[in-house]
Design a protein around this ligand. Structure first.
Ligand code: ATP
Length: 309
């Protein structure tokens, strides 16, 4: 049963700062009552009000609450005091995937395969809950002490609503796994969401995101893991967007795997309906891709993960 006892700042021993976000700091902490280590995100209420980000913070809380899965960072509980909101979360001791990628330059094929398999499993779960992450990138993927992944940062995620036939946010039906444009669950968006280099062409062209938009992000990540570079890199956001819209995709000569290249190619498909994983075969098509040959998809989070240290 959920533990709904009210918490206070004094219930925790705050230790080192794990990281800095736009609304405050994230601390490593210990819950005094049970000795459990956790990460506590402390958000300044003033700052949230000033920046008009209440919706962002509420979305993060609600969707983390909805998406309880071993490959998604767990939100244990939230509480507040007059100045701050506190998100008490599962700790991912090894920090961001991006930091490891920068340290190592690039990952080898087996390491990339394992991480991609975990990302596919996590996304399949999110999409089964009708949640589109919309900002999938190595900064938003945390690494646990035993080197498994945890997806985080649900502030710009979206819970898709069932079709009601009209125009506007969260309309349409279906999404990754169904296969026709009219069935594609989408969220209209008038403002730019996500991060330039990972943004999907449908957001740029038609101002909507759908489950398949996360699969586009996955294609960018696989390319990045294996090369250390971004597939649509350019000097400015404008030039990046142009490359994305034209699908100006080039692979370096030393791209290490034909299977991975094939998968990137199928994930970075301009038409979201044609993107692998978004068609009628859904996630089975992804799991059955040659790149994932040999992966045991059963409870990946309990299998040994590649040590990045
Ligand atoms: P935002 O866009 O909301 O500012 P962010 O990812 O930059 O997102 P936070 O979510 O506030 O900011 O996290 C700040 C940093 O704290 C992260 O980059 C990460 O390094 C660290 N961090 C966050 N959550 C955890 C966690 N559960 N375990 C370990 N480190 C974490």
């Amino acid at each position: 049963m959920a533990d709904s006892r009210k918490r206070y700042r004094e219930d925790f021993e705050f230790r080192t700062v794990l990281g800095e976000g736009s609304f405050g700091q994230v601390y490593e902490a210990e819950e005094k009552a049970n000795g459990r280590r956790c990460a506590i995100k402390v958000l300044s209420k003033d700052h949230i009000m000033r920046e008009d980000k209440i919706r962002y913070v509420t979305t993060e809380r609600d969707l983390l609450d909805l998406c309880k899965h071993p490959l998604v960072v767990r939100l244990y509980y939230t509480f507040s005091d007059p100045s701050s909101l506190y998100f008490v979360m599962e700790i991912a001791e090894n920090g961001e995937l991006l930091t490891w990628l920068r340290t190592l330059g690039r990952f080898d094929v087996p390491t990339s395969q394992f991480h991609m398999a975990e990302l596919v499993s996590a996304l399949e779960f999110l999409h089964s809950k009708n949640v589109v992450h919309r900002d999938l990138k190595p900064e938003n993927v945390l690494i646990t002490a035993d080197w498994h992944l945890k997806i985080t940062d649900f502030g710009t995620a979206k819970l898709l609503e069932p079709a009601d036939g009209g125009e506007g946010e969260g309309e349409g039906d279906g999404g990754a796994g169904d296969g026709t444009a009219s069935e594609t669950t989408m969220a209209r968006s008038n403002s730019f969401l996500g991060t330039a280099e990972y943004v999907s062409p449908e957001l740029l062209t038609d101002k909507y995101t759908c489950k398949a938009s996360d699969l586009w992000g996955l294609g960018c990540i696989l390319y990045q893991l294996l090369t250390g570079a971004m597939p649509f890199h350019a000097a400015t956001d404008y030039l990046i967007f142009q490359r994305i819209q034209k699908r100006d995709l080039k692979f370096p000569d030393d791209f290490p795997s034909d299977e991975a290249r094939g998968l990137v190619d199928e994930l970075l498909e301009l038409d979201p309906v044609e993107r692998i994983g978004a068609g009628p075969g859904g996630y089975d098509m992804l799991r059955d891709h040659f790149f994932f040959e040999g992966v045991n998809w059963e409870r990946l989070w309990e299998q040994p993960a590649p040590d990045l240290s």
